[in-house]
Design a protein around this ligand. Structure first.
Ligand code: ATP
Ligand code: MG
Length: 389
């Protein structure tokens, strides 16, 4: 029989009546993410989703890595099915887990029996398999409290399964269950992390990026697309809408006080993201803002930039230190790309003394000097969509 992947459900299992729809969503996400690694049969039983190779040419390593990043799954294990007979179970454990058994100093066997017609109880089965494994690997001691290795045996309807401890997976909720949002993606460290955190809560994301050629380079744009590509294994398919931003920046520089430059620019970002959200039927905006990190992220500044949209602005890293954000960026694999040195549009015209305690009425007043509607309309007309799969 072929090795398979067992995916253990996380919070999904708690969702009562919605549970079935969560499971269906999760299975369709798993099907889509594993499709590029071969043909797999994906089905669920007893809070576990089975991902089973259905053809010869399946890349199980690739599928296993993909499953680990599917939100809604709390742990994954590779398992080998075998006949529901104690000898077959023992032989499978001996060969399938031989290197783990050789490397461990202590072990135990834990059995579960969903098929109650199996002639031994779980405890009897664990003792029998454990005893014989001990004979085969005499260097091992049995330790039921803190073993180096736990050998799992599950006797289910169709087969028995043997596996080593499950590895932690992505957790969270299945993408698509939490609605849709527009995420403002810059080339920095914070916004990819913020995107990941909101996707983890089951939200399907549409990305928006503001680019200011000729002030920002082709490499800066490519860097943002690369970040989005690195988010695909977590977030699923992504569209990145790239919106030209240079005209807006030039107009602000020409017409508004320098110390308010960044703030007004951020209000335009929110307006454009809001326009895209309405276009794409998204119900929230996501940013990588962190309280106090820079002048445009003080409490007063956040009030001023949030003033131009009625949509909820989700800021999942708002209370995090940079080190905490960096830790997540490394974990999800975006950090190395984020620290590449290309200019973001935010760093093009930065004021020497940015206002940290702005007043929303004053800022609205300053914007009277601009054709806000026309600037937003022209920027949106110049947008380009890059689809990532
Ligand atoms: P990051 O590390 O994500 O760049 P940051 O700390 O540098 O964040 P800012 O540059 O002030 O902060 O931007 C705050 C947030 O505004 C970003 O996290 C992102 O959500 C959004 N943002 C900034 N620049 C852009 C851009 N060019 N395109 C899209 N969104 C942007
Ligand atoms: Mg930035």
């Amino acid at each position: 029989m072929h090795e398979i992947i067992l995916c253990k459900l996380g919070e999904v299992a708690l969702k009562g009546l919605n549970r079935r729809s969560f499971e269906m969503k999760l299975m369709s996400n798993l099907r889509r993410r594993t499709a590029r690694f071969g043909r797999f049969r994906v089905y669920s039983k007893q809070s576990t989703i089975y991902v089973e190779p259905a053809g010869e040419a399946c890349d199980l390593d690739g599928a296993y890595d993909a499953c680990k990043r599917v939100f809604g799954i709390i742990a994954v294990a590779r398992a080998l099915p075998c006949a529901k007979e104690k000898e077959a179970i023992l032989d499978t454990a001996k060969t399938y887990l031989s290197s783990a058994l050789t490397a461990a100093r202590s072990f135990k066997v834990e059995s579960k029996r969903a098929d109650k017609t199996f002639p031994m109880t779980s405890i009897q089965l664990s003792q029998w398999v454990g005893g014989h494994l001990h004979e085969a690997f005499p260097h091992l001691t049995v330790d039921v409290h803190h073993p180096d290795l736990t050998v799992y045996v599950e006797v289910r309807e169709e087969a028995a399964y043997v596996h080593a401890p499950a590895e932690p997976a992505a957790g969270g909720l299945p993408i698509g269950m939490g609605g849709r949002a527009v995420s403002l993606l810059s080339g920095g460290i914070d916004s990819p992390v913020a995107s990941y955190m909101i996707a983890k809560r089951g939200v399907e994301l549409e990305m928006i990026h503001f680019a200011s050629p000729p002030y920002t380079s082709e490499q800066a744009r490519e860097k943002v697309l690369q970040l989005a590509r690195e988010l695909v294994p977590w977030c699923g398919r992504l569209n990145v809408t790239i919106v030209p931003f240079a005209e807006i920046q030039e107009e602000i520089r020409r017409n508004c006080p320098e110390d308010h430059f960044t703030l007004i620019m951020r209000r335009f970002m929110m307006r454009l993201a809001d326009a895209l959200a309405r276009d794409l039927n998204c119900r929230a905006l996501v940013t990588g803002e962190s309280l106090g990190q820079v002048a445009s992220q003080t409490m007063d500044a956040l009030a001023v930039s949030g003033d131009v949209t009625d949509l909820p602005v989700l800021r999942p890293v708002i209370g995090m230190d940079k080190e905490e954000i960096v830790r997540i960026a490394r974990h999800i694999g975006t950090f190395e790309t984020s620290i590449l040195p290309y200019e973001d549009c935010c760093t093009v015209f930065t004021p020497r003394h940015p206002k940290t305690r702005p007043h929303v009425e004053e800022v609205r007043e300053m914007e009277q000097a601009l054709d806000v509607e026309g600037l937003v309309r022209r920027a949106m007309e110049g947008r380009e969509v890059v689809k990532l799969r």
